[in-house]
Design a protein around this ligand. Sequence first.
Ligand SMILES: Cc1ncc(COP(=O)(O)O)c(C=O)c1O
Length: 505
Amino acid sequence: MSLNRSQPPSRVGTPRFKDIVLDVMKHYKHETESEAHQIFRQAPGHGVKHALPQTINPDEETVPGIEHPGSTGVIYCSDRAMANGFSYAASHEWSNLGQGAPEVGEIPNAPPRPTSIPLPTDSLEYAPTTGVKALREAVANLYNHTYRQGKASQYTYENVCIVPGGRAGLSRVAAVIGDVYTSYQVPDYTAYDQILSSFKRLVPVPTALDPKTKYKLDIAQTKRDIQTQGLAVILASNPRNPTGQVIRGNDLKELVAIGREGTTVILDEFYSWYIYPENEKDYGQSVSAAEYVEDVNNDSLIIIDGLTKNWRLPGWRICWVVGPTNLITALSQSGSFLDGGANHPMQLAAIPLLDPAHVALEKEALQRHFKAKRDRVLQRLHQMRLDVSIPPQATFYIWLDLEKLPAPLNNGLTFFEELLKEQTIVIPGIFFDINPAHRRNLFNSPCHHFVRISFGPPLEDLEKGMDAFERVLQKARAQGMRAFGHSYKKSIDGELHSPTATRAT
Ligand SMILES: Cc1ncc(COP(=O)(O)O)c(C=O)c1O
């Protein structure tokens, strides 16, 4: 908002002049002026990092030798929600649009949800670190059936490694990357920065994606970076969390071709079914780089996916990495010291879920249901004049730009704190920036004026969350900006760092 009366009124109404004078005080330029940002800074691991190494910080090194890695976005947001009264036991009063999890209950026209798991005696043994052979075969068969019909080179079980979750798969892969430059993009899935940084041999190289090109990965530029920077490995989620954009067709084909030219391409395809067709005939299609691989053992293309999002079974922790056989044997080794393999009974229970006929039913039901939810949230945001500049074509995330709102509602961290007061959780955009705590001023982050909204939860929760957005905007109209940016609860009992009991996503 501005003192200049000739400017058009703000989106949330026309406040009185006195309010504008008060509001101008909220025109924060630096994080030190903002209560929401100060709370972020006080969380363990989120202090400003200086150019010189810090001496022992009692807040961050209470256990000798242990340095707090800094809470991930989802954990920070859940902790802040708990400080505001949220609990998983009483979560029905809240709308949790922060957690990156799909709804797990029945949805229209989908096969019934699994309700029991057999426990044969064999399943009480360790499973092999590459996974149960029958499940590996079922995964290979599904890729061949869906993306590789008629192609000479086919995946076999030797191209598949079963892993206990997507992050375990990413960690197993990161653990076997040598002393090379490994590129990832920003914004992308927040765990990449932390996972890649945990394996000290590889050198992570972030590249910023530009909202002006809808966060598109510029393949020509990527090829130049390979030449000039010597990138040896490229990691990306496709479809991409949090922007909801997807690389397909010729672009995807070109990206896969990079894997035949001396660079390894890792594609995290956790949202490969969450694409929303415009035409009726396109329901049931999904996207995977597997379609463009020429030789499954010679193309350096690694795919990671699993039951977490597409099958809506995040609690099962059954996922897989697909790639050349030499990669799979390396992952068997890293799995043997990192995680010891995926849960044996759950692997057996997963086999029938990979049957192509079952998958076809799941996929179509999911696309229709999630498309309707996406459209409903976009419609509600439009009604609030919070139009989404780059709407998602895929995933279940909306990357919402708040820049046109008056300050301080126009920064993701403050908007997030205001929504907590209305029992709704979203994720502030800064968590999708590269290591935001290292910035001296969070306001300079390109992700600072965004929040990520998940439309993973059931429709009633989404409506509840959108009602909360509306209440925040109504409050802005009624009280002006002085209503915002203060009075944030430190914790339910007055302590900032309550013990974390957060669900991981
Ligand atoms: C792009 C992407 N990859 C992987 C994962 C994590 O998968 P998992 O929960 O199986 O570790 C997520 C979860 O949010 C994700 O968004």
